[in-house]
Design a protein around this ligand. Structure first.
Ligand code: G2I
Length: 469
């Protein structure tokens, strides 16, 4: 759904509308929208997207989005279909938007907003006031001019995107680890009041966006998250507009999971603000091992579980994908594999864990229903110590297929040994099966089944997600 605009249409909005109209007439090159019209067959997917699964709980799953990868169609395909919200990874930061005083550059930010609107996604604005990626002219200002410059920046940028942004990280990373305020041109000039000044300017510029403060290492209850808690409590008491707290969620398996995440989110919620996980990734020391991947998957699932358990947790945003585009390897020597997709865009075990935590296959509503198109289901009719036989059925209702492939990831080390009525290959945890010459056609109302044997140790869970293409 395209967001309704509450502001007069700006030239930017008109351009976006025009691009949308061209697209309708097949002249644009935009990625297909979610729920695209029936005459543009999207790949049939047995499983719902992560965002669709989250929507069933009244939440969203989002991702950071980077325009630098927009020419990569595998990237835009996943970005446009799996997520319900996008956050500009760098495109709305001060050094991009106002590189010199009073000179505003909205081109990259506009591309993020346009992409989101073409794909029926909402946008998280990131970020208005942050000590990092701040152009030198701001740090060089005499102290007496910083407030004016900050309020002007907030007013211009939040005003420009008013109506396009669901939530703004108005202030990003204000705290040190010990809970004291971080030194920055803003704090130096105004003390802690810079937060209230920024929030008030944002409210005046975009009265409908949710206004948030965002920080890292505030997942658990600790000195830093308690400083955030106290700040939000005080702002509320002073009548300053504050709607939400963003908990970034840059986790690493070697540091343990913040087991009080849910409790910490709940205490913010109890102050009367929303919470969201805004920049989730789970890195590890390389090389990857099955054990590390299992731990990573558990961390991702734990975050989903915590958000599902807190009514005021609005959603979870992952900080980009696939692994090769993650910020992690460039910053943490020897670490990586932090996202849900590997370098060749195969969903990882952690992806399945997220889908499953959200109630994905074999959760509510598997199997086709009227108008659902085609679907795949997985059954294990026989299992014995160390081995099993599985049957996968591809069925269509309201749609048909001429040629198909089904793929899934194994979460517990299962290995496929031999298949019949399909050609199957396993690479790592990922299995892909394509039709045999005789059973590629699945008519509307029809079904075909193929089978295979496999091996297992420990447990033999059904794959969380089957993808039908
Ligand atoms: O550092 C991870 C995130 C922590 N919370 C705030 C987020 O805004 C932050 O995101 C990262 C981006 O993922 C990086 O992509 O912020 C970094 C900057 O602090 C971003 O890195 C920058 C590089 O430093 C620049 O050299 C580069 O030109 O990305 C730029 C664009 O690729």
């Amino acid at each position: 759904m395209r967001r309704l605009r509450s502001r007069p249409r700006t030239p930017r909005a008109l351009l976006a509308a025009l691009a949308g109209a061209l697209c309708l007439y097949g002249l644009g090159t935009a990625a297909p929208a979610q729920g695209a019209a029936a005459d543009t067959p999207a790949p049939a997917t047995a499983a719902a997207s992560l965002n669709q699964l989250a929507q069933a709980h009244g939440k969203f799953v989002g991702s950071a989005a980077a325009t630098s990868h927009f020419s990569d169609t595998q990237y835009t395909g996943i970005l446009g279909s799996e997520f319900g919200q996008v956050t500009a990874e760098n495109e709305m930061k001060w050094d991009t938007v106002e590189p010199s005083r009073g000179q505003f550059n909205y081109g990259p930010g506009d591309r993020i907003v346009d992409f989101a609107q073409q794909n029926g996604q909402s946008v998280r604005g990131h970020t208005l006031v942050w000590h990092s990626q701040l152009p030198g002219w701001v740090s060089g200002l005499p102290s007496g001019e910083v407030r004016t410059a900050m309020e002007n920046h907030v007013t211009q940028v939040a005003g420009r995107y008013a109506g396009d942004i669901a939530a703004w990280d108005v202030v990003n990373e204000p705290f040190n680890e010990d809970g004291t305020f971080r030194t920055s041109p803003f704090y130096n000039a105004m003390g802690r009041d810079f937060v209230a000044h920024a929030l008030r300017a944002a409210k005046a510029a975009d009265p409908n966006a949710k206004l948030c403060i965002n920080d890292y290492n505030i997942e658990g209850v600790n000195a830093k998250s308690t400083a955030m808690y106290n700040l939000v409590r005080d702002l509320k008491a002073q009548g300053v507009p504050i709607d939400c707290v963003g908990i970034q969620g840059h986790l690493a398996i070697q540091y343990g999971f913040p087991s009080d995440l849910r409790q910490n989110m709940q205490r913010f919620a109890d102050l009367g603000v929303d919470v969201a996980i805004t920049e989730l990734d789970v890195r590890m020391q390389l090389p990857v091992s099955a054990q590390k991947e299992a731990t990573q998957s558990q961390y991702y699932a734990n975050v989903i579980d915590a958000c599902l358990a807190v009514t005021r947790c609005t959603g979870v945003t992952v900080w980009g994908f696939p692994d090769k585009y993650s910020w992690v390897p460039g910053v943490f020597d020897g670490e990586g594999s932090a996202t849900l997709w590997n370098d060749s865009y195969q969903p990882k075990q952690a992806y399945n864990a997220v889908a499953e935590a959200l109630g994905g296959d074999p959760g509510p509503g598997p199997g086709p229903g009227p108008g659902d198109g085609c679907d795949a289901s997985y059954a294990v009719p026989q299992e014995w110590n160390g081995g099993f036989t599985a049957a996968v059925t591809v069925s269509c209702d309201g749609d048909s297929l001429s040629g198909w492939s089904v793929s899934w990831g194994y979460a517990a080390g299962q290995r496929l040994t031999n298949a019949w009525n399909a050609t199957c290959q396993q690479s790592g945890t990922r299995v892909t099966c394509t039709n045999a010459p005789h059973n590629g056609n699945v008519p509307d109302g029809g079904a075909v089944t193929f089978g295979f044997n496999g091996t297992w140790t420990g447990t033999n869970p059904t794959p969380a997600t089957l993808t039908l293409g």
